[in-house]
Design a protein around this ligand. Sequence first.
Ligand code: BG6
Length: 510
Amino acid sequence: MKVEEAPNPLAEGLHDYRVADPAVMVIFGATGDLSGRKLLPALYNLAKQRSLPAGFAVVGTGRDDLTDQAFRKHAADKIHEFSRTQPIDDRVLAALLDSLTYVKVEFSKLEDFKTLAAKLQELDNTRLIPGNRIFYCATPPTTYELIAVQLQAAGLNTSPGFRRIVIEKPFGLDLKSARALTETLHKVFPEDSVYRIDHYLGKETVQNILAFRFANAIFEPVWNTNLIDSVQITVAEDIGLENRGSYYDRTGALRDIVQNHGLQLVALVAMEPPLAFEATAVRDEKVKVLRAIRPLIGEDIEQSTVRGQYAKGWVLGEQVGGYREEPDVAPESPTETFAALRLFIDNWRWAGVPFYIRAGKRLPKRITEIRIQFKRPPHLTFGREAMKEVDPNALTLRIQPEEGISLKFGAKVPSAGLRIRSVTMDFQYMTSFLVEAPEAYERLLLDCMIGDPTLFTRADEVEAAWMFIDPIEESWRNGRPPLGTYPAGMWGPPAAAQLLQADGREWHRP
Ligand code: BG6
């Protein structure tokens, strides 16, 4: 019997029983990669857990001239290929497909948006939907502003119900463009209708950072500069570019991961307890952390940041080419595929505690983790010899894969003498709850339909993150520090290790 079919008392109460309001979701870019891999499978799984109401419809749009039937066939294929739950339940799938229609939309053509408006009106009438609309931009970021402007021109920013627009990162390429994007969006939708997706926030393990910190009494008292030596955040991927060369070569690891996923993890680890798990309270606290990050300027950037690019090498036993050989990458490209940096948060809780972040592609394995490194005990009661095999306490929050939390501490080795060695206490999601966590997109789509923006990034968070990143980007574009290289399958260029060695520390080997 498969694990998910077994009666599981531990899984009781794990089901998300929230049901969305009747609405039409318009997916721009409905035949694209994001829609096929993530959105359509997530909608199927939401339908399967009965979170979609009867009056729910999806309108796929794209440049291709597709019939409803052809779009439904496309959706069915993608759901079969990418749904996290298998086998596919034919009845659930058939009902979902029935709610799918397709409209050809070219973003430059206002008539297409008017056709879309007529289709939405028709769906409202036939499916008794009270004018609620979600516009999901699963399209390149360069299209967001045009889509918003055309929605307004076609009168699609008014309706009797709610209207929400969902956009994907990157939210701008720097502070200036992020502000311009927000300004354009705000002409059409108020901030509380703009849902900026950072899919890391939808990951169960990322939300668990807050549960771990604020649903337990014992961790908060030690969660500060008094006992914490340093924090390491690793977002490592073994994969290369996966045909996203033209996007990635303009973006790089700093903007692709550190500006958003990396700094969001910093914010969740470092924030003060919010008054409630509610959008304004949570996002207010996150933005305070982001604003308290000490800016890196001038020489700090050379001393506190590292950038690298992979050359050919071996990853997981397979020989792979270098970054510059990837399709759609410039032959002399200076884009970094690895970024590491040291930052400080200037507030009472974190004074003097370095946060190290590293992110990269073609590293030895896929792993995202946060390591909280505690200080050494103030006095060696058992003497240096007995303690020589003991590392200071460390807490590892494993975001993915093998989601869980482990705490390292010293224990007496069972023998006549007194020797202490480091041991680990482990919590693993899979063994404690016996279920696989839902996909981040399931959670985020449902939150958006319900109107809960807690796990979406607000404009001021995005801006605070760019304020920190912009000077680093600028210095990197001017060649400071120089771009290092690393063979694919290594943990970044040598300078990454030296960044911590300079502080008498080393990266945790996950
Ligand atoms: C995306 C980045 O935001 O996150 C990708 O654009 C990266 O480059 C991906 O591969 C990683 O997401 P996950 O969920 O696989 O850790």
